[in-house]
Write a protein that binds this ligand. Sequence first.
Ligand code: NDP
Length: 325
Amino acid sequence: MQYRRLGASGLQLSALSFGAWMTFGRQVGRGQARELVAAAWDHGINFFDNAEAYANGEAERVMGDVIADLRLPRDGYCVSSKVFFGAAEDPRPTQRGLSRKHVVDACHAALKRLRVDYLDLYYCHRPDPDTPVEETVAAMDLLVRQGKVLYWGTSEWPEALIREAAKFARTHHLAAPTMEQPQYNLLHRERVELEYAPLYSELGLGTTTWSPLASGLLSGKYADGIHREGRLAQPDAGWLQRLVVGHSEERRLERARRFVAVAAELGEKPAPLAIAWCLRNPHVSSVILGASTPAQLRENLGALELVRRYDEPVWRRLEVAAANV
Ligand code: NDP
């Protein structure tokens, strides 16, 4: 495994990490979840990503139980949670968004579910237009000062809002955001490569990126349609199918097919190659992997080797293949 600094902070995260979205508490049972975390840990993964909203909190419960059961040393791994969406089945207006109340309540609830005394990383899962950004920054600062959160950050915030939060924090000597969690893959590049570009040096922003395979699309598995098993076949995943396959003008299936064809010419499996492409960006602190089987996870870990095997002309060729032209 390779370890990278989380932006300008001193935290060393594994370049590949592992997240629980759509799998823990939903698609895979506890036994399989345990195998996945054990395999990740055995291969040097030290960051496990979660959110209050994943399976209405059940993903964090499973993650917490499995980590405790495996007796992973608390000073050797990092866990995250994210606040904003609340739990789908909880209609209370105080229990969603980024108000001081929900940021604090959600942190306490995540600590219990994950069975830890502090969260290593805590994200604002989306911007909240109904809460002043100053209130959210102050709430995060409070949790950092109380030792309940080590590093806080954002997920899918516009560049200007991250800059505003950082400026307010610095002016008032509060804890500033350390990292952002954006989507980043061969079909979705703009935010990481263009929008956030000034923030890496100006703020020392780190990134932990999500959906390196565009929910599995870049593995080539959907070339002949949606399978009866797996993420997109779940009964309530219609919205995700539309997101993954996209509108016709996005040509996502066609672009994925072209990428898979180049991978085949290189003699490589598409999934680890797509992940390696994410890893070769130096502004990516950690690529968060998703996997529903240990075999997928092991295959994807091959990305570490592929980054070293290929140089720029090959990465450019893959970008051209996956471009929307
Ligand atoms: P990916 O895009 O890598 O998709 C993972 C899924 O693709 C797996 O669950 C599996 O689905 C399939 N897959 C994985 N490896 C292979 C393989 N080798 N061959 C074939 N299929 C494969 O990542 P995710 O979308 O899961 O995102 C990763 C993490 O990022 C999440 O767990 C979460 O922690 C975070 N995230 C954060 C978001 C945010 O808003 N901050 C949003 C989304 C994710 P299947 O079971 O169908 O085979």
